[in-house]
Design a protein around this ligand. Structure first.
Ligand code: SF4
Ligand code: SF4
Ligand code: SF4
Length: 410
């Protein structure tokens, strides 16, 4: 089986195909700390793409309540258990040696879902959820681990839950693609978006079984599988709103909590991100190191990154996001001036921001965070489109706008 380089794991791994030729990659950062589970993203996707017969249980975007919730139910617990069974006690990280770009989280010494499969009968370790498990996009909504009798405080709450926002990760090494016996799934060169060719699909559900995130779904009315398409017409810039310029997807653009930032990053032949410091996604993942991949140990090199929730027990987060958790929470809790500025870009524009500039502003106050005093500056961040034109300018301090004394006719 060919070897490919997976920088999330800090090592090479087995994968059915050679590295793809994607030059740019669809990627996003989700800030879990800010999500209010309003499900506006979920409905934005549903009302655009999955409102037809046979798609009733299909939520390409869903927001679930952790630790008990899941769509399909218990998807991650089940995959983790399968992996543990295949490699008992061996699913561990070695954080002794890191490299900022090629092994930022150390080396995963366990086995990926490609490496625990036998490669003959099964290309990828996985399972097919039954219909019951698909019935609720946010089962156990707002259910905490326990109700604390007295108040609780950071760094770890004694009773806790959080919302996990999920779409297809448009993985660099998609499990769905590796498992498809019809070669009906492909990854686009221009943006790394992973699509199913419906005319080739015969509904064998190998992709449903293989995707560890369970983001490929079966549609009984057509007997084919379907999945998030990364709103590719918007990313291509064919939506009339932006006059030919790439635009963020429906679920991103609709986000009420301003937790999502999506864009395109540059990728090299080995699947690693090319240095592009002024790209906000590159900055958050590789420079500030505030955003982490979801279950990197599965091995698909997913392209949605998460700013972990500050109040959740670290061993739970470590299992979910890998060994970068402590650093990411520290970087978010006490952000540098530049990080604070870049975080203001979330939902500031519907167009994709390809690069940014940080401009220093005056000191406007002091705050104490975690017992540490810090100064607050009203810095600005400017976002630029694909052609280098300014599309947005925001400041750390929100401007105060007073309504005129006279109301309008409504
Ligand atoms: S729209 Fe944003 S804030 Fe609302 S549930 Fe979705 S991700 Fe969370
Ligand atoms: S998240 Fe699942 S469906 Fe999406 S590309 Fe990765 S393996 Fe395929
Ligand atoms: S990117 Fe588009 S297709 Fe995918 S979940 Fe979001 S809205 Fe749905």
């Amino acid at each position: 089986m060919p070897k490919v380089y997976n920088w999330h794991l800090g090592r090479q791994m087995d994968y059915r195909f050679e590295n793809g030729k994607a030059k740019r990659q669809f990627a996003a950062v989700f800030n879990i700390n800010r999500c209010i589970a309003c499900q506006t993203c979920t409905m934005a996707c549903k009302s655009t793409w999955t409102f037809s017969p046979g798609q009733e249980l299909m939520w390409w975007n869903n927001v679930e309540t952790k630790p008990y919730g899941g769509y399909p139910q218990h998807w991650d617990v089940k995959i983790l258990a399968l992996q543990e069974k295949a490699n008992p006690g061996g699913q561990v990280w070695n954080t002794g040696q890191k490299d900022p770009k090629s092994a930022p989280y150390g080396t995963f010494e366990g086995k990926t879902i490609f490496e625990t499969a036998d490669g003959v009968n099964q290309m990828v370790t996985g399972y097919i959820p039954d219909e019951e498990e698909w019935k609720a996009p946010n089962i156990y909504e707002d259910t905490a681990t326990r109700a604390p009798k007295e108040g609780t405080s950071l760094p770890e709450h004694s009773g806790w839950f959080f919302y996990l926002q999920r779409i297809c990760n448009h993985c660099t090494y998609p499990a769905c693609l590796a498992a498809c016996p019809r070669n009906a799934i492909y990854k686009r060169e221009e943006d790394g978006i992973v699509l199913i060719d419906e005319s080739r699909c015969r509904g064998y559900r190998k992709c449903v079984e293989a995707c560890p995130y369970k983001k490929s779904m079966y549609r009984p009315s057509t007997r084919t599988s379907e999945k998030c398409i990364g709103c590719f017409p918007r990313v291509e810039g064919t939506d009339p709103l932006t006059e030919g310029l790439p635009m963020e997807t429906r679920c991103m653009a609709a986000c009420v909590g301003k937790i999502r930032l999506q864009g395109l990053v540059q990728v090299g032949d080995d699947g690693q991100w090319l240095e592009d410091r002024q790209n906000p996604l590159y900055y958050l993942v590789h420079v500030a190191k505030v955003a982490l991949p979801l279950y990197p140990q599965f091995g698909t090199q997913p392209n949605v990154y998460y700013i972990p929730p500050r109040w959740v027990p670290r061993d739970y987060l470590h299992q979910m996001f890998g060994p970068g958790v402590e650093d990411a929470i520290a970087a978010y809790t006490n952000p540098s001036r530049e990080t604070l500025a870049v975080l203001q870009l979330f939902r500031a524009s519907q167009q994709i921001v390809f690069s940014y500039k940080w401009e220093q502003g005056p000191k406007v106050g002091e705050v104490t965070v975690g017992g540490q005093k810090r100064e607050l500056f009203n810095d600005a961040v400017i976002g630029f489109d694909r052609d280098g034109r300014e599309i947005v300018r925001v400041t750390v301090q929100e401007p105060l706008i007073e309504r005129p004394g006279q109301l309008n006719s409504i």
